[in-house]
Design a protein around this ligand. Structure first.
Ligand SMILES: *Cc1c(COP(=O)(O)O)cnc(C)c1O
Length: 361
């Protein structure tokens, strides 16, 4: 345990952990924030040796996210680099079970590896718990995200993890949408938790970074080895910014979630909408426009506050029609617009969106 953690009472609340973890010791003249460690190499003979093997700015971030998820964290250059490192744990030719509705980059990476013969994929509907468990027979890895992007389906992590383990498969959960404040997959039995720290964790749309939290030391060591070999390392500055963002995640998420609930209430029943999807927590809402792609494309050009942009989890509210991406699953409605709710006043956000919806009808 690092020296600055030794004086802490056990089982602190996550709101306290995000503020206190990953700091220098409380000694005279220590800075409160760990400075950005900009160095490619270290004086020989210690643990770090070279900048691709370790950096204290990564470690401060990893200690904090790891404490929230409940195990050892390994940071990566991006969420997709973290996903690649997890898929690298699958032996060549191994079977991966994954939901049809997953982040497009995940689907693309699985399909690419399958096309080159490195693994085989069984695509499933993550809400059909029995079918997912049946598909893990003989599989190396069950991969899923919940809530799913952008359909916002919710998976039963505990049941899926128990069923997959009974079949001998590892279980990895992409926890980007829920964040460790709303869902802790390791506590529900998962082996690995993946994050795009680009999103709510860093929270200000100015960082790309990813992380994996592993229940076992052996997996964490294997992931560190992958990172050192593959070189998908975060920059020290990105790690600093991601940790700075993470410190305010609880207040940002509480606020964005309250606003998301307000928006769900005010949008429900709007004649221009077929559906308002919300899993009951978090800052992401998906709306489905009745007229399909055309009004959805018109909508994203008619707002003053909502910014038409991909990505999510920032302080500023953004939205996009997901099917504008050719790689998005065809089972996602053409008129689905994913809203990433930020920190602007809920009345302003609702008014801006509703005037645009009224206009496109
Ligand atoms: C954005 C995202 C990723 C990919 O992360 P990057 O940081 O963009 O590489 C993975 N999973 C989910 C759920 C995402 O939203």
């Amino acid at each position: 345990m690092p020296a600055h953690e030794s004086g802490r009472p056990a089982a602190l609340h996550p709101e306290t952990v995000v503020v206190t973890a990953g700091r220098p010791p409380h000694d005279p003249d220590q800075p409160l924030n760990l400075p950005v460690h900009l160095t490619s190499t270290y004086v020989a003979g210690g643990e770090l040796e070279y900048g691709r093997y370790g950096n204290r700015s990564w470690t401060a971030f990893e200690e904090t996210l790891g404490a929230l998820e409940g195990s050892r964290c390994v940071s990566f250059a991006s969420g997709i680099a973290a996903i690649a490192a997890v898929l690298d744990l699958v032996e060549p030719g191994g079977v991966v079970v994954a939901p049809r509705h997953s982040y497009t980059g995940t689907v693309g990476q699985l399909a690419d590896r399958e096309a080159s013969g490195r693994l085989r994929v069984r695509w499933v509907d993550v809400t059909d718990t029995d079918a997912v468990i049946a598909a893990t027979d003989g599989a190396a890895l069950l991969w899923f995200e919940t809530p799913t992007n952008p359909a916002l389906e919710v998976a039963d992590i505990g049941a899926l993890a128990a069923g997959a383990h009974a079949n001998g498969a590892l279980v990895a959960v992409d926890n980007t949408f829920a964040t460790p404040l709303r869902q802790r997959p390791l506590a529900d039995g998962a082996d690995l938790v993946v994050h795009s720290a680009t999103k709510s964790i860093s929270g200000h749309s100015d960082v790309l970074m990813g992380a994996v939290v592993a229940a076992s030391e052996a997996h964490a060591d294997a992931l560190v080895a992958r990172r050192s070999l593959g070189g998908a390392i975060p920059s020290a500055f990105e790690a600093f910014l991601a940790l700075r963002g993470l410190r305010t995640l609880p207040v940002r998420l509480d606020r964005a979630e309250a606003t998301a609930r307000t928006l769900v209430e005010r949008l429900s029943g709007h004649p221009g909408l077929d559906e308002v999807r919300y899993p009951g927590f978090g800052s992401i809402v998906s709306i489905v426009l009745r007229g399909g792609a055309a009004p959805a494309d018109a909508l994203v050009g008619r707002t003053a506050l909502w910014i038409h942009a991909t990505s999510l989890g920032g302080v500023e509210s953004t939205f996009e029609r997901r099917r504008r991406w050719p790689a998005e699953a065809e089972t996602i409605p053409d008129g689905l617009v994913r809203l990433s709710v930020g920190l602007e006043h809920p009345d302003d956000l609702a008014a801006d969106l509703i005037q645009a919806l009224d206009a496109v009808g």
